[in-house]
Design a protein around this ligand. Structure first.
Ligand SMILES: [Fe+2]
Length: 258
């Protein structure tokens, strides 16, 4: 039995929706409580929905009893401060798993390439039910920053770069793609990240918001990309040697699973 997947994501694995009118919304993310949670880069998170409604970010499979990334419980003090963000997570009508605002400090392209990882949203998910994908809704205006997707972690030819202006909305199968953000700003980037269950509700929402599987992408100088690739391998080797010096043999590669 297969998972229920989204027809809209079948072709490329991601879609970009029409921009949301972010300027019309209050900056609720500035009122939320953030907690340290290591992700790709220097990050903090403000959980809006978690395993049991507590102010924490852990995967639902790391709790007792474990479950997949579905049926998150709203963190009441947080959603009281951010009803607009909660409404945006609920808008598709699809089941919501983890839902949080990420705060990401500026970084370099080489950092983002090193931080590329696949998510683990579908751990413990049951075949015959909906595949979990994620929405990335940019809250701050970061038009020079980009979400980087690679189907092959080590092959920059597979790289897709999607710009992150205010109100940009990307839905992506983050278990399929290696992904990370290159944030070129001088202030933190904030984005609403929501785990949604694929199914007819999500498909209808993507269609209503003109989800585009072939959006405009950002070009980069190939020499710049190549240099980051060299740096990626240098960092991996540096890390391997650091572990080796402690007598730890690493299984390469060692992605983050978040
Ligand atoms: Fe991720």
């Amino acid at each position: 039995m297969a998972f229920i997947t989204s027809d809209a994501l079948a072709e490329t694995g991601y879609v970009v929706l029409d921009d949301h009118d972010q300027a019309a919304d209050p900056a609720e993310w500035l009122d939320l409580e953030y907690i340290p949670w290591r992700s790709s880069g220097i990050t903090r998170f403000a959980p809006l929905a978690s395993y049991a409604g507590d102010l924490e970010c852990n995967g639902f499979w790391n709790h007792t009893p474990p479950r997949t990334d579905k049926h998150g419980v709203w963190v009441e003090p947080q959603v009281a401060l951010a009803p607009t963000l909660q409404a945006r997570a609920l808008a598709p009508g699809a089941a919501v798993g983890r839902c949080r605002v990420i705060e990401l400090q500026p970084n370099e392209y080489a950092d983002a390439v090193y931080n590329l990882h696949q998510d683990d949203n579908n751990r413990l998910n049951d075949e015959g039910t909906g595949w979990v994908v994620r929405g990335y809704y940019n809250l701050t205006d970061d038009p020079d920053s980009m979400l980087i997707l690679r189907s092959d972690r080590f092959d920059p030819a597979t790289e897709i770069r999607l710009p992150l202006g205010a109100g940009s909305r990307i839905i992506v199968d983050t278990q399929r793609f290696w992904h990370a953000v290159w944030h070129r700003g001088t202030a933190p980037r904030y984005a609403l990240i929501t785990s949604w269950t694929s199914g007819p509700e999500l498909d209808a929402y993507i269609a209503a918001n003109h989800g585009d599987p072939h959006p405009a992408a950002v070009d980069l100088d190939p020499a710049f990309v190549d240099a980051a690739q060299v740096e990626l391998h240098r960092r991996i080797e540096e890390r391997r040697r650091a572990f080796e010096a402690q007598g730890i043999v690493m299984e390469p590669p060692t992605p983050l699973h978040i």
